[in-house]
Design a protein around this ligand. Structure first.
Ligand SMILES: O=C(O)CCC(=O)C(=O)O
Ligand SMILES: [Fe+2]
Length: 382
């Protein structure tokens, strides 16, 4: 069982920057950053055996809703370790899991995410992400650096004092995975919506496993040779516009420091929990695909988003009620809010994001459908 390490990524540039950062931060062992069990983890069945638990898949490809449990009880159960490990595996396999009407404090959201990550094998020196912009120093509604307040009001204040560009016609550009611009990147995010208007404000998730599986084999092989630069200069600009200083201390890992919100990761990555490949270079935190021309890079990045928006059978859409919770695995899942609220509608929630390994591509891993022995849907002529 060879542990996948950063050496499995294809770009020398990538390895150098990781090693440099490790040296800089005094982190001794590269393997502690990304050593994962192979084969993939399997659940013990402890979660599924809980007496009141009910679960159903929301689509064949992505999403599961679990009911009959309170996450607080899972956190406090004598066998919580085992239950959380099963829950983490379920989230990683189904991309996103929903639990309605949960009674959770922000501290419990944080504990949940950190323990889900540890129970499923993330490096022990990783914690929760601290958002470089939306953290307690500039947030009017919280005092915790490890909780991002997701808020229609805060959004207006921080991001929308930019020049307007005309009527909105492209919500597709808002698809993303959280915080992919960090060197040690996220595993699980949790979002609990606390208050929302009766209608609107749904969130959509899409499966990166399925996106990978829908590509032809030559395309998959080509993409596996590539890395991308993941960056979010928009956050630097938002900080500058608002007179904030960016948070430059470690953001969930000794590797995530400084003002430059940028990292090089593979385009196709392996999820360490499921062992399945997915397309990672999707959405508004990706600057470019390295080694291609600007036109080629831009073409591919647009194509990935087009594949998501034109294949709604790899998406799931969730209509929130107050205090509902979604937990997703950013390594293999994209999501987007729906900005359809009216002027005076208020919607807010609390989000915690776990930081885990440096992304890698394990050449021996497979796609999800290959691992499950299931067929990729075919296009039919009409
Ligand atoms: O507001 C939402 O529905 C999602 C916001 C988001 O991108 C996140 O919580 O990571
Ligand atoms: Fe997000």
């Amino acid at each position: 069982m060879a542990p996948p390490t950063a050496t499995l990524t294809s770009s020398p540039e990538r390895i150098l920057s990781t090693v440099e950062k490790l040296k800089l931060t005094g982190s001794a062992d590269l393997h502690s950053i990304s050593s994962y069990p192979r084969p993939a983890l399997t659940p013990t069945g402890a979660l599924a055996a809980l007496p009141n638990l009910k679960a159903h898949d929301l689509t064949p490809v992505i999403g599961r809703e679990i009911s009959g449990i309170q996450l607080r009880d899972i956190l406090n159960a004598p066998n919580s370790e085992e239950l959380l490990r099963d829950l983490a595996i379920t989230v990683s396999q189904r991309n996103v899991v929903f639990l309605r009407n949960q009674d959770l404090t922000t501290d419990e959201l944080k504990t949940l995410i950190q323990r889900l990550g540890l129970a499923s094998g993330k490096p022990k020196d990783t914690g929760l992400h601290i958002h470089p912009v939306i953290n307690s120093e500039r947030d009017d509604g919280g005092n915790d650096n490890e909780i991002s307040k997701i808020s229609s009001e805060l959004n207006k204040k921080v991001y929308q004092n930019v020049q307007q560009k005309g009527k909105r016609q492209d919500a597709g550009r808002l698809w993303h995975s959280d915080i992919t611009f960090e060197t040690a990147a996220p595993d699980y995010s949790v979002l609990q919506i606390r208050e929302k208007p009766e209608t609107g404000g749904d969130t959509l998730w899409a499966s990166g496993y399925e996106l990978y599986d829908r590509l032809s084999e030559p395309y998959q092989k080509f993409l596996e040779t590539l890395t991308a630069t993941y960056a979010q200069p928009g956050f630097n600009r938002a900080a500058e516009r608002n007179g904030f200083t960016l948070y430059t201390e470690p953001r969930g890992s000794p590797l995530n420091i400084g003002e430059e919100l940028s990292a090089v990761h593979p385009v196709i990555r392996t999820n360490p929990v499921t062992g399945w490949k997915s397309v990672y270079a999707v959405g508004h935190h990706v600057a470019k695909i390295n080694d291609l021309t600007d036109r080629e890079s831009s073409h591919l990045l647009k194509e990935f988003v087009k594949l998501i928006t034109r294949n709604h059978d790899l998406q799931v859409r969730f209509h929130w009620g107050a205090n509902d919770v979604a937990i997703w695995d950013n390594r293999s899942t994209y999501h987007t809010a729906t900005y359809d609220l009216e002027e005076n509608d208020v919607r807010w929630g609390d989000r915690a994001v776990g930081i885990a390994e440096v992304p890698y591509l394990d050449p021996e891993s497979t796609g999800r459908r290959e691992a499950l022995g299931s067929k990729v849907p075919q296009e039919y002529a009409l």
